[in-house]
Design a protein around this ligand. Sequence first.
Ligand code: PLP
Ligand code: SF4
Length: 460
Amino acid sequence: MNQTAILRRQSTGAPEAGFGARRFQVYTLRDLDRIAALSRMPDELHFEMKVVASVLPFRVNDYVIDSLIDWDKAPEDPVFQLSFPQKGMLDPADFDRMADLFHAGADAREIQAAAQEIRNHLNPHPADQLRLNVPLDENGERLEGLQHKYRETVLFFPSQGQTCHTYCSFCFRWAQFIGDKALRMASTEAAALHRYLRNHRGVTDLLVTGGDPMVMKARRLAAYLEPLLEPAFDHIQSIRIGTKALSFWPHRFVTDEDADELLRLLERLSGAGKHIALMAHYNHWRELDTDIAREAIRRLRSTGAEIRSQGPLLAHINDSGETWARLWQTQVKAGIIPYYMFVERDTGAHRYFEVPLAKAWRVYREAMQQVSGLGRTARGPSMSAGPGKVEIQGVTEINGEKVFVLRFIQSRNPDWVQRPFFARYDESATWLDQLRPALGEERFFFEDEYQAFCAERQGG
Ligand SMILES: *Cc1c(COP(=O)(O)O)cnc(C)c1O
Ligand code: SF4
């Protein structure tokens, strides 16, 4: 072990004094009445939360309740909005339908059936992920738990990582959390992952995602990741792990039983020459504003792993330039690299959180103007749509026509990347499928090819 590694080992040993172990305690719909902080809220609000949580997933832990939510400001408090169900998340007709069932004392089976019907209309798999991105093995069998959409990067959904320490109320992967097997995209198979990566030499990045892979034990994670140090995986340069644990349960990296074991795993991977990146999901600067959150970041960085941040722009939570500027400044100060600002996907509770693309761009621009170059590494606002990640570059006028300037940050066909294209300006559009080509064009340049691809996948 070289000198730096030894120093690192020492610095990631015992956490600094003052961080006692804390038991992870979680509340779901069943325990809503046991959350003491909620007792101050009106009965009407309790009822609304129950109605919404019978359709969309709900789970919150007591660190979020005790340390992140400002209860004096609830229900408007951004972290409350981010973790507790809100009436506006359901269409009014759907809400009334569920509320009527509750008032009429309907049984669990009836409530479940109605909830399921409503969920089916909430676009559980945006961007057609399951149909279009799951790769096939040598025998033409679907490799569940893998997605391979962009040439360089394979997504892996380990089955033990398909939950989170708290569920975001706007979660774009909510369908995985409601117990419907048909909607899951998880894999139990380390062998299948490794075989696929061995056979795809063009892949440079593995992105382990969920849910939150950091709900897994270090031992589990090691079984997936440690084999990647073998020479057969030399082409895998980077291992990214998507996580919201830095916000919802920073104890994972500080006081949990296997916190040190986890840090040592990251240290070994990065020491062996892989780029290890935690893709930290953040929505508000408040999530970074506790001692335990800062300590978790410090410890992670001492392993040689990078932390990059990403998260969606959301009404009721972070839809202002000031909030984003402060979020990025706080991140840069902590050594985190801002990576993506996403447009909230067209799924689940989208109706409550959506922000028009025109406003999203204004918020992005205002925030960018307030931070130094180190904070300007965040790209966006970006839509993860079927053809790829489309960024709104700006609004301008060309020959008297007001247009959005767009480009692919990432796309199914690498040739589409970085080609500017134009859509008619639309003040209220919230997603790519609502945009129309500008400047007299009939179709966007990628549309024919994308449709041919979809048709082929449908047939096959
Ligand atoms: C965002 C994303 C990736 C990673 O893309 P990068 O541009 O490399 O960050 C990979 N696969 C899918 C399906 C994605 O949505
Ligand atoms: S961290 Fe991600 S997967 Fe987990 S609840 Fe939030 S949005 Fe969903």
